[in-house]
Structure formats: structure tokens, C-alpha cells
Design a protein around this ligand. Sequence first.
Ligand code: NAD
Length: 277
Amino acid sequence: MSKVPSLTLNNGVSMPQLGFGVWQVPDDEAARTVATALEAGYRSIDTAAIYGNEEGTGRAIASSGIARDELFVTTKLWNSDQGHDSTLRAFDKSLERLGLEYVDLYLIHWPVPSKDAYVDTYKALEKIHADGRAKAIGVSNFLPEHLERLIAQTSVVPAVNQIELHPQLAQAASRAVHERHGITTEAWSPLGQGRGLLEVPTIVAVAQKHDRTPAQVVLRWHLQLGNVAIPKSVTPSRIRENVDVFDFELDADDLAAFAALDEGTRLGPDPATFDMA
Ligand code: NAD
């Protein structure tokens, strides 16, 4: 079992560079799936209130026997709970469902610019952080303009911005803004949701060259870019395959081949307009 290396966030907290995402894992399967991931060596789990599986995730954590301080648990505040007081209430409920005393990272799931509440919402996250109930706070799906405003109007620079990022959406502009502010880039849908990406001939060729799978070379690309990646699978063999990426490296030719795949195309919604309640 390979050990996952950690990055140090801008507040000194360590975060595993590879984690396990549980979007679309039903609550009654989450306990088993997360348990498989923990057995495979993952120590970071990415859930969200809207995923409806914080309870199952919490059950897997409780029964894992792994010390709490060896785990890194992320959850996220849903759009309809944005606002200062409603955020504090929603956070309490997430903690309760997870069965935890604190999370390692709490994120605002989407900026929802039309609601114009993310600054007040973030101030509630700052309080949660000051109380020690989230070791780090951050955002998800924030565009550079949202980040700049947030940083200008609040005190704690987000530790992380979790954004859609894969070889066909390499997000160079956002990554540059993150780097300038010391914000760690976390990639969601790192495997492009397993759709056509893993059959792209360039990726298949790089995989064959290294005697690895397409998913493994895509994850390697994330790691070498400096991203945190949180691939999801419910298939035990793939869960293990996706964490077995710490004993090989892509070379400069491979990275150049990956760079040519960037089309700037999103699989998910546009953060400028997404306002699902
Ligand atoms: P992903 O890129 O991790 O792809 C997952 C899919 O890829 C699986 O369902 C499976 O079909 C396939 N797959 C996984 N491993 C494979 C392998 N080894 N070989 C072949 N196919 C494989 O997509 P995702 O689930 O959308 O994203 C990962 C995580 O990111 C989510 O679970 C969630 O935690 C997070 N996420 C966050 C947001 C957000 O708005 N913040 C949005 C989407 C996802």
C-alpha cells in the first residue's frame, strides 16, 4: 500500500495530495465504499451536504479504527444555506451527520453570484475556523473575480479552491491566481468523470509507455502539476488502482502531450451562473 504524500496549506495544515471523492455514492453504500478506500490507503475523504452521504461517510470513519488526526475530512456548504447564520446552522448539522467534532476542511460549494451572499457566508466560515471546528476553510468553484473580492473583504485567505480540473480543462488562469494568493488548487472530476477522457489516444499511449492505466497517468499529471486530486470510484479494484500512483513519474514529453489536450471545456456547470438551490 503506497503512502499518499501531503501538501502544506497556507495555514500550515497538512492535506493529502490524493483523496477520495464520494459524489453520487448513495448513503447506504458510502460506509462500505469509504471503508474500501481507507483500507486501500486513502486518508482524505471529500463529501458535501448536498451529496446526502455524510452519515455513511461518518460511519465508515467511526468503524475504521484510524485515529482522527490521521484522517482529513472535507465537507461543503450547500447553496441554499448561504448566509451568515444559516451557514452556522448548516455546519452544525453536517458535523452531527458526520459524527465528528471537527472537519479538516469546510468549503463554500459554489459562489452563486446572483445571491451575493458568499462574503457573509465566508465570514461564518471564519468563525467556525476560529472556534477550531474546521482546521482549514476554503471555497469551491470560485472564479478569480470571486476570489479577489473575497480576499479583499475578509480576513482569512481561503486555503483551497476546489474546481473542475482535468487534462481537457487545465485551468491555467485559475491556477496562476491561486498560486499568487497561496491557495491550493484541488481538482474535482480529476478523471473527467471517466467519460471519453480515459480513451483519448494520447492518454492511452502515455499509459502504455509507463505500463500503467489511463486513470493512473491522469492522476500522475495532477500530482505533478501540484494539484490535490479526489478521484471517485465505487469499484474496489479501481479505488486501489487510483491510489497506486506514487512510484512512477511522467516525463517532459508526457507533460507536453497532456498540455496539448486542454480544450477549456467544462463537464459541469459554469460557476458564473450556477444557482441551483
Ligand atoms: P471523477 O473524475 O473522479 O470520475 C469518476 C468516474 O470515473 C467513476 O464514476 C468511474 O466511472 C470512472 N473511474 C474512476 N476510476 C476509474 C479507473 N481507475 N478506471 C476507469 N474508470 C474510472 O469524477 P467525479 O466523481 O465527478 O469527481 C470526483 C470527486 O470530486 C467527486 O466524487 C466529489 O467528491 C468531487 N466533486 C466536487 C464538485 C464540486 O462542485 N465541488 C463537483 C463534482 C465532483
